[in-house]
Design a protein around this ligand. Structure first.
Ligand code: PMP
Length: 405
């Protein structure tokens, strides 16, 4: 059992008041808050070992490099990657996907080839693939979403052809909360001889992720959604692909030998880390992963299931409220619409009550449009949320209805 009061005391921002009311933060899908251990680690980094990594022989640079490479080890252990050299630091999930789309695309995708994504993807896992398909003359094929917000696995099986080069799907939907069966999705891709990228931006903070168990070829996430700093993210990739893929950005640290005519490239993972990386962000993110581990990933999962069940029951009881996304396996995200109130009106009135929810397309326009709307209201919870906050949301929605209907 988690001690929620004690946990909340570790997140200073949760004590904030907005418009004189206690903050009810239900926008954790967009970004999560940071516990003191992460904030303290960032402070320690800037005050005691700030110095560029891999560059100097002096003590501070050495300490920064040791911390940075230690962070890589922490990530490797957290997702159970086989090799530390398969962990690449990027600026976030979006950058990780763009890296793979560009670099894998350069090496493996040609005119007439096919890429499979799903209708459920965040724009970050749609647009880079559209860009590579356009550049290469390849074709994007789409796994449809069923009415409950799960993927149509039958159609998925039928999408493969001898021209399929890669599958890219999300582990968890940011708009609906659906947890996809990524092991099965991966097995089907591999049965067809096709590698797979999994977007873990909404999964890593909610449950155990074991990339060897999933057997995916690429997995990625952002630091800021897993209680770490912004501007840092991870790409895990199997070396058999990463070694073959060309670098996607050139600059310092990714080189082996440079002449004015030619450059040879550094080994993994540095080949994909051009320029000064966000080494302080990496160290902060590692502190966040350690914090999650010590809090207990299993316990967090149980707590979040309780929150999801409670919130679903509460919101289902409100007349004229339609929940979009009713998959059997979900993280604590509830997207909904009110029959007679526009989402933006609802979002703005809830804000005045101190309740932060997200309104709009959730950066997943094709998915939202598939459900016959141009936006939803999304409450995304995490383990530090309380049942009282869910009560406040439900009461707030009832108030909104009274005011607007
Ligand atoms: N994929 C999913 C499923 C997401 O939810 C997000 C962020 N909302 C992203 C990718 C992109 O993450 P970032 O903006 O941190 O790069």
């Amino acid at each position: 059992m988690l001690n929620i009061e004690e946990i909340r005391s570790q997140f200073p921002i949760l004590q904030t008041r907005v418009y004189g009311r206690p903050l009810v933060y239900l926008d954790n899908g967009a970004t999560t808050h940071k516990p003191l251990v992460v904030l303290n680690k960032l402070q320690e980094a800037y005050t005691s070992f700030n110095s560029n990594v891999h560059r100097g022989v002096h003590a501070l640079s050495d300490k920064a490099s040791v911390e940075y490479e230690g962070a890589r080890e922490t990530v490797k252990r957290f997702i159970n990657a086989p090799l530390v050299s398969e962990i690449i630091f990027t600026s976030g999930a979006t950058a990780s996907i763009n890296l793979v789309a560009f670099s894998f695309g350069e090496r493996y995708i040609s005119a007439g080839d096919e890429v499979i994504i799903s209708e459920m993807e965040h724009h970050a896992n749609i647009v880079p693939w559209q860009m590579v398909c356009k550049r290469k003359g390849a074709v994007l094929k789409i796994i449809p979403v069923l009415d409950d917000g799960t993927l149509d696995m039958e159609r998925y099986r039928e999408l493969f052809s001898s021209r399929t080069r890669i599958v890219a799907v999300t582990h968890v939907s940011n708009a609906l909360g659906t947890i996809n069966p990524v092991r099965e999705i991966t097995r089907i891709a591999h049965d067809n001889g096709v590698p797979i990228l999994i977007d873990g931006a909404q999964a890593i903070q909610h449950g155990n992720v074991d990339v060897q168990d999933i057997d995916c070829d690429f997995y990625l996430f952002s630091g800021h959604k897993v209680y770490g700093p912004t501007g840092i993210g991870v790409l895990y990739g199997k070396s058999e692909y990463l070694n073959e893929m060309p670098p996607w950005q050139g600059g310092g640290d990714m080189v082996d030998r440079v002449t004015l005519e030619e450059t040879t490239f550094n080994e993994l993972p540095f080949k994909f880390e051009a320029g000064t990386t966000n080494f302080i962000g990496a160290v902060g993110m590692a502190a966040a992963l350690d914090y999650l581990k010590s809090t207990g990933i299993e316990e967090i999962g149980l707590r979040e299931k309780e929150l999801l069940d409670y919130a679903t029951r509460k919101l289902e009881g409100i007349e004229g409220l339609r929940i979009i996304g009713t998959a059997p396996e979900k993280i604590p995200i509830i997207s909904f619409l009110l029959e007679k109130v526009h989402m933006y009106d609802a979002g703005m009135i809830l804000d005045k009550m101190g309740i932060a929810v997200r309104t709009g397309t959730q950066c997943a326009q094709p998915l939202i449009n598939r459900f016959g709307t141009d936006g939803v209201i999304r409450a995304s919870m995490t383990f530090y949320n309380t049942m009282e906050e869910i009560d406040a949301l439900a009461a707030g929605i009832v108030k909104v209805k009274e005011m607007m209907e």
